[in-house]
Design a protein around this ligand. Structure first.
Ligand code: BES
Ligand code: ZN
Length: 626
């Protein structure tokens, strides 16, 4: 089918300018009327009550009144499970005047619209509020749930639309604002935010984020934390017993930063610090500015999983500097970042490792693509069909990065690197749509170097489902040898112990495991485990690929290891495949449910939701192979 025909159809539903993007379907904000420019937070952490309480003062930019707009100002904000105690307008002298407001009944996905009547269009509005103990964007841990058991712990995860569960704000990536915060916490608790730390004043710790950031980058963490420097401008934060191992694992961070700066221009955020969270952190990493949050599962002891750090660092350019204006455009964050991540890995750890990592990711993408709808296979999907987080499949990450690799190959590194650097400069501190990215691409790369790429090809990458034929992969000789060895093993012509696994690095193991059948035979699983102790691997990425296969093969001797794994690790990408494998048989489902019932309180709210969905689905369709 002609792509232009497809696009003509899609264009009706797609936002084509930043103004239209302002209509974010996942937010009640009305940024074409009014925008938050700065937020000033005064908060107190109450660990026993599991609440954050205090005020946020929003500095507002009211837009020129348009003919179709009522003259009276209304400020429409996003909230979820917040208790609103007071709303006031502040004048220049700081005098407060109470404002009327209504908190709408909650929508399950979006939360509650907070509508504030602001007839005089005040420059500042102050909201006094408190969070619910069940806030979807926060996890409160008892001290027993931490590594050192010294103090309780709190952390936020705002992406995609959970900032609204701990701050009333315009929770859309189309709006950017700077912030300052003062946070009161009891002695012995260190508070960190996605901001630069200011000197503490007694029990109050101060923060300043001078750059305009989108709301999903609002972040807070608090606990008994220690800091270890990894260079002048970088450090690792973790519970005291973890900090030395973390600093060793991430010791290449300064080299990573220099590489990225050489490629794409100066790091614009001052410091780059990393916080290692408790194991219940639901993601691998989160690019909170100045304070990347990381799962402890990346501390493998041998730096084999540090590409996660390269990824979060890369977001300092792709994502935090140039931000996707809507969740439908999220591939502008994740695809560009996955590309940059691989360039960092190549520069710091060599071409072979970079190629291996990309080929592993591409294999996963091809596999997962089979179970995605056509719309989900598009880099820029037609919005509204999916939830805010559902645009975040491997498509955004790996197909996005693959598209940039395609451009790099066609235009050559020298031209493409310079182009990308200019792109980051051009859109720095802006939130943009796919179409704005394409405008810049066309004018500054494709039209300037005619004959390299047809515009139709670009549109196919961005708007068509599946992968274009121009998607090629680098040859990885080690993987070819592994394919041969795997085939011989599966044929029964090579014993498990005779596999050359002793020579394989982690990525080579991942490649070997990824292309085993989903449910190997019991004999195959037992032979591999006997030879290579895979069930006991301490590398979480190996466990995620091995344990589900052992379960599906019917090897109940792997159950206790799988149970320990899924209770130890709250990172959704790792723990959910184990739950899914258990859920594929009635006995496994019962076993997983018992384990979950006893430990659900330890999981993050998002992980709980996701696990419960897997378990519910298994009950609904017991025959289905997930
Ligand atoms: N920004 C994402 C994490 C995220 C995405 C949180 C969507 C909530 C919604 C982060 O940069 C990321 O991509 N993390 C990956 C690691 C990466 C190496 C692929 C993860 O958590 O697995
Ligand atoms: Zn990312």
């Amino acid at each position: 089918m002609r792509l232009s025909a497809l696009l003509a159809l899609a264009a009706i539903a797609l936002p084509s300018s930043a103004a239209e993007a302002a209509q974010d379907p996942y937010s009640y904000a009305e940024p074409d009327k009014v925008r938050v420019r700065h937020a000033d937070l005064d908060l107190a952490l109450d660990f026993p009550a599991r609440t954050i309480a205090g005020t946020v003062t929003l500095e507002l930019d009211w837009r020129e009144a348009r003919a179709d707009m009522p003259a009276v100002g209304t400020l429409s904000l996003d909230t979820r499970d917040l208790t609103i105690e007071r709303v006031e307008a502040l004048d220049d002298a700081g005098h407060a005047q109470a404002l009327r407001y209504t908190l709408a009944a909650p929508d399950a996905e979006l939360g509650s619209r907070l509508g504030i009547a602001a007839p005089a269009r005040p420059a500042r509005v102050r909201i006094a509020y408190r969070t619910a103990p069940t806030a979807s964007g926060l996890q409160w841990l008892d001290r027993q749930q931490t590594a050192d058991k010294q103090a309780p712990f709190l952390f936020s995860q705002s992406q995609s639309i959970h900032a609204r569960s701990w701050i009333p704000l315009q929770d859309t990536p189309a709006v950017r604002f700077s912030y300052a915060a003062r946070v009161r916490a009891t002695q012995g608790i260190t508070v960190l935010m996605s901001a630069l730390r200011q000197p503490a004043q007694g029990e109050v710790q101060g923060f300043s984020q001078p750059q305009p950031i989108p709301s999903y980058l609002m972040a807070i963490a608090a606990g008994a934390l220690a800091e270890q420097a990894t260079s002048k401008r970088t450090a690792v934060w973790a519970e005291p017993s973890q900090v030395a191992a973390a600093a060793r694992e991430f010791s290449d961070i300064e080299a990573m930063m220099r590489t990225t700066e050489q490629l794409y221009g100066p790091y614009r955020w001052g410091r780059y610090d990393m916080l290692v969270l408790p194991p219940s952190f639901p993601f691998g990493g989160m690019e909170n500015p100045e304070m990347t949050f990381l799962t402890p599962t990346v501390i493998a002891g041998d730096k084999s999983l540090v590409s996660v750090v390269a990824h979060e660092l890369a977001h300092s350019w792709s994502g935090n500097l140039v931000t996707s204006a809507t969740w439908r455009d999220i591939w502008l964050n994740e695809g560009f970042t996955t590309y940059v991540e691989n360039r960092i890995v190549e520069a710091v750890y060599g071409r072979t490792q970079a190629d291996e990592e990309f080929v592993v990711a591409a294999g996963e993408l091809r596999h997962k693509m089979q179970s995605l709808s056509e719309n989900q296979q598009r880099l820029a999907p037609v919005p509204r069909e999916v939830g805010a987080d559902d645009a975040l499949t491997d498509v955004a990450y790996v197909k996005g990065a693959w598209f940039l690799r395609f451009l790099e190959a066609r235009f050559g590194r020298v031209v493409f690197d310079a182009y990308l650097r200019d792109y980051f400069d051009h859109y720095a501190f802006q939130s943009i749509t796919t179409e704005q990215m394409l405008d810049y691409l066309r004018a500054n790369l494709v039209d300037r170097h005619p004959g390299k790429v047809d515009w139709d090809q670009v549109e196919q990458w961005v708007y068509a489902p599946g992968l274009p034929e121009s998607a090629t992969l680098p040859a990885v000789p080690a993987f070819t040898a592994i394919d041969t060895a795997r085939a011989a093993f599966l044929h029964g012509t090579l014993g498990a112990a005779a596999l050359p696994g002793g020579d394989w690095n982690t990525h080579e193991w991942l490649y070997f495991l990824d292309h085993l059948p989903e449910a190997p035979t019991l004999a195959q699983v037992q032979a591999l485990d006997a030879a290579w102790s895979l069930s006991r691997s301490s590398n979480a990425e190996i466990g995620m690929r091995w344990l589900p296969r052992a379960i599906r093969a019917g090897d109940s001797s792997a159950w206790p290891a799988a149970r320990a794994y899924m209770l130890r690790i709250g990172r959704m990408k790792l723990t959910l495949p184990v739950y899914r494998a258990f859920a594929s048989t009635p006995a496994g489902l019962a076993y997983a449910e018992t384990a979950y019932a006893a430990h659900q309180a330890e999981y993050h709210p998002l992980t709980r939701q996701a696990i419960e969905k897997v378990l519910r689905k298994a009950h609904a369709q017991p025959e289905a192979t997930p």
